[in-house]
Design a protein around this ligand. Structure first.
Ligand code: AHG
Ligand code: MN
Ligand code: MN
Length: 336
């Protein structure tokens, strides 16, 4: 039998990377393996969502006042569980939890990483069979090793991320993660139950034809954002328009498509919500990191997202992310 050794699994890939860094401890690889395991468990439940009583609301609202879906809680518990039982994570913060959770045991207190995640992104789409995802972000602790992690470890700017990634539960299930060395995508091979390297060294095309924004909020956007959107809709030598508009309402799916095909995704502030909807720590920083490593850009309209110093765990921010040339063009409108 011929075994195809060209297709590496997630574990093989991270171990191969370790071989190039003899001083590395393997903690990051083990953290990614834990995340991959939780993703596989969540994937199983997402796939049978229509069959069992896991659809629908949990009956509570989360810290941010949004309806919590049952799968949100399931996914949150899976990710929190694997990281707690693993050996690489000192604590977590989640979009679904009011506060940070410090694991505070002998092993965890000696772990050098903390992890933040949005366990299910686009969860409003669960009931209607549309792609959803998980977003995660990994930082090295700034607090003293050997002691419990602290809030400070979680309030670091995005430029301190060691790795970030997402899982998309879609027509296939993929895990995409970035370190400073590159962005790689792994598709879940259901026959062996392993994420396998299908998209090595992902580069975001410098330009594309897609813009993604919630048009229903158009009249609530500031004038400069409205002008840019108008520019996307007509033949324009600056924007390269007209573009195609695509907006799923699951940021993971929208940004994943734009990462591969080229495009721009926007969630601007509105008159009702000046900071928009998306959370800096669980959604914007990880995607900003991934897109920048892939050659794109991300801003809040005034500043590079990765340089924003967070003050609160659940803070929100306007978010513009995508292909480099398209982002540069957007910035000429925003800075005018
Ligand atoms: P979540 O399900 O984690 O609350 O996030 C949903 C987010 C994001 O995925 C999506 O881009 C955005 O909400 C859609 O919001 P609007 O319906 O306001 O456009
Ligand atoms: Mn989300
Ligand atoms: Mn969510």
């Amino acid at each position: 039998m011929i075994v195809n050794r060209n297709i590496l699994t997630l574990d093989e890939f991270t171990i191969q990377q370790l071989r190039e860094f003899p001083k590395a401890t393997g903690e990051l690889s083990s953290l990614l393996r834990d995340i991959g395991l939780a993703a596989k468990r969540v994937n199983v439940e997402v796939n049978k969502a229509g069959l069992v009583d896991i659809l629908g609301d949990y009956g509570t609202t989360n810290i941010q006042g949004e309806e919590v879906k049952k799968l949100d809680i399931y996914a949150n518990n899976q990710f929190m569980g694997v990281l707690k039982h693993g050996i690489s994570c000192a604590g977590i913060a989640s979009e679904e939890l009011d506060d940070i959770v410090i694991f505070d045991d002998d092993v965890s207190n000696n772990s050098k990483y903390i992890c933040m995640f949005d366990p299910l992104d686009g969860s409003g789409n669960i009931d209607v069979n549309i792609s959803i995802g998980t977003i995660f972000s990994i930082y090295r602790r700034v607090s003293e090793l050997g002691k419990p992690a602290t809030k400070e470890d979680f309030l670091q700017p995005g430029n301190k991320q060691v790795a970030a990634g997402y899982v998309i539960y879609g027509s296939s299930t993929m895990l995409v993660y970035a370190t400073r060395r590159g962005v790689n995508g792994f598709t879940l091979d259901q026959s062996i139950g392993e994420f396998s390297l299908s998209h090595p060294n992902i580069q975001c095309p410098p330009s594309g034809k897609i813009y993604s924004v919630n048009h229903g909020n158009f009249f609530q956007y500031e004038e400069k954002v409205r002008s840019y959107i108008n520019g996307c809709q007509k033949k324009d030598k600056h924007t390269g328009g007209p573009y195609t508009q695509r907006y799923i309402g699951s940021m993971v799916a929208d940004v994943h498509r734009n990462l591969l095909k080229g495009g721009i995704f926007m969630y601007p502030g509105t008159t009702d919500k000046p900071n928009g909807k998306l959370r800096l720590l669980y959604e914007c920083n990880p995607f900003a990191f991934i897109i920048e490593v892939a050659g794109g850009k991300a801003t809040n309209g005034k500043q590079r997202i990765l340089d924003v110093l967070p003050t609160e765990l659940h803070q929100r921010t306007p978010f513009f992310v995508g292909s480099k040339d398209m982002m540069n063009e957007l910035e000429t409108y925003l800075n005018a």
